[in-house]
Design a protein around this ligand. Structure first.
Ligand code: TXA
Ligand code: MG
Length: 320
């Protein structure tokens, strides 16, 4: 198992020597390596079982650092960065030569963000290189939102997990890119809502549901999936289809079901707030994977604000 602690100089030493460290962010835990050390970057792909066509997000301390790795920013990109960094926003920007093709899977754009988590910002501050950090889970599985989640799956493959407690937001960052005319498009719904983005730069395009041959596998139809099979839809209606209810798990927004064991049901948002639902979503999916159930019933949450990103993850989790 990995060591879990809050020692930044220890994390730094591991990273400087080409090793991997799991880092907390406000969205999900990342599996970090030096973005400038290609052996370390390669180690991320093998540790996660991640296909090499799936590029990595570069994490930096602030806009000035980001400018060292990306050029020709769209005006709206800079506006968004100033408004939402540090925060759950990833920008796709034209890469400089300092960023290897291995990081971007050969693409000309690099994904960059400034995470909003004190320990990780402190760590970035003492490092003299940026960090690549995909979510710290095996490829295709649910992202981790606590040190325990990371340890459960990658604990025997990495030496150190920087402990920032539970993630504040619980959904991966929102990814925004710009076309040749600087028009913005959201490629992955996430912890920063469409409404918040549009309140600052106006209307944005949305193509997060594209294809089986996506530019970004966060867009793959099946992703973020637990092992148990999921039936997405009205839970009350779907529950009637099952005779043996002991075999069923339920994740609801905020409802309790009489004829089901208490331990088999979870509410995402006992307080009815979408940000609470976001925060609880991935640990709820992981919990259901520890139960001996045949089917997990889930219903979509209200489809606005963070609800859009939550529903996006639910649909992908339900797709085989
Ligand atoms: O919140 C987050 O973004 C977390 C934390 C750790 O920062 N990271 C994360 O990384 O979710 P990952 O690797 O699990 O998801 C990154 C997504 C992938 O779908 C990847 O394909 C896409 O970002 N991506 C990365 N670089 C890209 C690029 N140059 N062009 C298009 N998509 C890119
Ligand atoms: Mg991921």
């Amino acid at each position: 198992m990995a060591e879990i602690g809050s020692d930044i100089s220890k994390a730094r030493t591991v990273l400087q020597n080409g090793g991997l460290v799991a880092i907390p962010t406000e969205t999900v835990y990342g599996l970090a390596a030096s973005a400038l050390d290609l052996d370390a970057v390669a180690l991320i792909f093998s540790t996660k079982n991640r296909p090499s066509f799936d590029p990595l997000i570069v994490h930096v301390e602030n806009i000035t650092e980001a400018e060292k790795y990306a050029v020709n920013w769209a005006e709206k990109a800079l506006v968004l960065a100033k408004e939402f960094w540090p925060g759950p926003l990833t920008l796709l920007l034209e890469k400089r030569d300092s960023i290897s093709d291995l990081v971007t899977s050969g693409m000309q754009k690099v994904a960059i963000r400034v995470p909003n988590q004190k320990l990780t910002l402190d760590l970035l501050h003492v490092l003299d290189f940026p960090l690549v950090a995909p979510s710290a889970n095996p490829f295709g599985y649910v992202s981790p939102t606590s040190p325990t989640h990371v340890n459960d799956q990658l604990g025997d493959k990495i030496p150190y997990i920087l402990n920032g407690g539970n993630c504040e937001i619980g959904l991966e960052s929102t990814i925004v890119g710009f076309d040749t005319t600087d028009e913005p498009t959201i490629y992955r719904l996430g912890g920063l809502s469409v409404e918040e983005i549009e309140s600052v730069i106006g209307k944005v395009n949305l193509t997060p549901h594209s294809s089986s041959n996506p530019q970004a596998p966060g867009m793959l139809k099946s992703h973020y999936s637990p092992s148990v099979s999921i039936l997405l839809g009205n839970v009350k209606t779907n529950l009637k289809k099952f005779i043996n209810k002991n075999d069923i798990g339920i994740i609801s927004f905020n409802s309790r079901f009489e004829n089901l064991p208490e331990k088999n049901q979870l509410k995402l948002a006992p307080d009815n707030h979408l940000n609470t639902a976001a925060k609880n979503l991935f640990s709820a999916l992981r919990y259901m994977d520890t139960l001996k159930i045949s089917t997990l019933l889930i219903e979509e949450v209200p489809d606005y604000g963070l609800g859009k990103a939550i529903n996006d993850r639910l649909r992908r989790a339900a797709t085989r």
